[in-house]
Ligand binder design. Structure first.
Ligand code: AMP
Length: 114
């Protein structure tokens, strides 16, 4: 497999400000935050993007969302609300080819996204 930035963060080869880790997921601060809280939640297993998911990944993706809820609550985002974003591919704005969920909060978000 080609080198992957987020796999290197999972292994500790590249440092990141870690917020949460369990056997399936890792959460760390985005290096270029676009909101007062901007976290990235990734599966520890390498998955390129949303379209690489198979039917066997349904549980993993359900747990991903539940983990995002838990992390958002711990980060104090429940009262004000928050936004979860998964960019997929070039038009979706995906720049790192390891599936990741953005957890954004701490300010009011606008719509539509740019
Ligand atoms: P996306 O554009 O959806 O692929 O999101 C990739 C995100 O990864 C961007 O928000 C980047 O700021 C973030 N990012 C890139 N390199 C790092 C890094 N070394 N540590 C933390 N976040 C990073």
């Amino acid at each position: 497999m080609a080198a992957c930035l987020f796999c290197d963060i999972v292994s500790g080869k590249i440092p990141a400000k870690e917020i949460y880790r369990d056997e399936d997921f890792l959460v760390f601060e985005d290096i270029n935050p676009v909101a007062p809280t901007h976290l990235l939640l990734i599966p520890r297993r390498h998955i390129d993007r949303l379209t690489a998911l198979g039917s066997g990944d349904a549980d993993l993706m359900g747990q991903l969302v539940l983990t995002a809820n838990k992390v958002a609550a711990t980060a104090g985002l429940n009262d004000g609300g928050f936004r979860l974003v998964i960019n997929c591919g070039q038009d979706g704005g995906q720049t790192v080819e390891h599936l990741h969920l953005h957890i954004l909060g701490g300010r009011a978000m606008s719509w539509p996204p740019g």
